[in-house]
Design a protein around this ligand. Structure first.
Ligand code: IPE
Ligand code: IPE
Ligand code: MG
Length: 251
């Protein structure tokens, strides 16, 4: 396994878990079997991230656009989600992990929402990793909702248009309170963002692998994190400025 520098891990790791369907189809299995196997990978990544000391893990589990899939697949995904949350809450308590959800919760079936509510409530006092599930989530939807909310506050006299800046805008997003992702992993070979965290990914390091999500292993996770550690994040500055800043912080 690649050696990892535990002092240089992403604070916030985000993942687009893709390729469950193709994994199953390549094996002449139903797509849902791919999703079931994908849930096993979720368990591994959650456990590893928390063991490594990653503070925030955000998983793209169901997009706003995924509602357009065949109703049977959507239903199966919702059932699987409920089962996962129910099964895993005990482990989340043991590992001190706190659940968080972003996305349009009101689109989700009532029983899924109740299960989520209970899991969020039970884990609310946990102080370890924050596990954010993006459910019925779309970046454009989030941004337009934020704009609508701000407009309402302006009309109601609670917000001055001059007060709108980057920092304030962020407080209107679902992710208000979470730092931006440092690292994004997308599996299955697709090189796109698919409407995930459009605002928040502005300076995120991106990593794409051909491996389908059910085949993503601890080794692959470590390989991805080692790749992250080899990158220089410049945020618009020059390489010299960054290395001088590094010298100062090591002094
Ligand atoms: C990711 O796998 C899971 C969800 C989007 C819910 P896919 O179901 O998108 O798998 P592919 O891309 O069809 O292989
Ligand atoms: C993105 O995967 C959404 C999730 C992983 C939940 P999709 O499979 O839906 O993305 P596209 O449609 O290939 O862009
Ligand atoms: Mg896909």
């Amino acid at each position: 396994m690649e050696p990892l520098d535990l002092t240089k891990l992403p604070v916030h790791l985000a993942v687009i878990m893709d390729g469950n369907g193709r994994w199953a189809q390549q094996r002449m299995l139903r797509r849902i079997v791919g999703h079931q196997r994908g849930a096993e990978t979720v368990k591994m990544v959650v456990e590893q991230a928390s063991l490594l000391g990653i503070k925030y893990l955000t998983l793209f589990a169901f997009s706003s656009e995924n509602w357009s899939r065949p109703p049977m697949e959507v239903r199966a995904l919702m059932t699987l989600l409920k089962k996962y949350i129910r099964q895993e809450t005990v482990r989340m308590m043991r590992k001190n992990i706190r659940y968080n959800v972003i996305g349009n919760r009101s689109d989700l079936p009532d029983d899924v929402n109740e299960t989520l509510e209970e899991a969020i409530r039970k884990t609310a006092g946990n102080t370890g990793m924050v596990l954010t599930l993006a459910l019925s989530y779309g970046g454009r939807q989030e941004l337009s909702m934020a704009a609508a909310c701000m407009a309402r506050d302006v009309v109601a006299g609670r917000l001055a248009p001059e007060a709108i800046n980057v920092g304030l805008f962020e407080t209107y997003l679902d992710t208000g309170g979470l730092p931006d992702p440092d690292f994004l992993i997308r599996t299955s070979g697709e090189m796109r963002i698919s409407n995930f965290l459009l605002w928040q990914l502005a300076y995120t390091e991106l990593y794409f692998t051909d491996i389908n999500w059910p085949d993503f292993t601890i080794n692959e996770l470590h390989k991805a994190l080692a790749d992250y550690q080899s990158r220089e994040r410049r945020f618009g500055m020059t390489s010299d400025q960054i290395s001088r800043r590094g010298d100062l912080s090591n002094a």
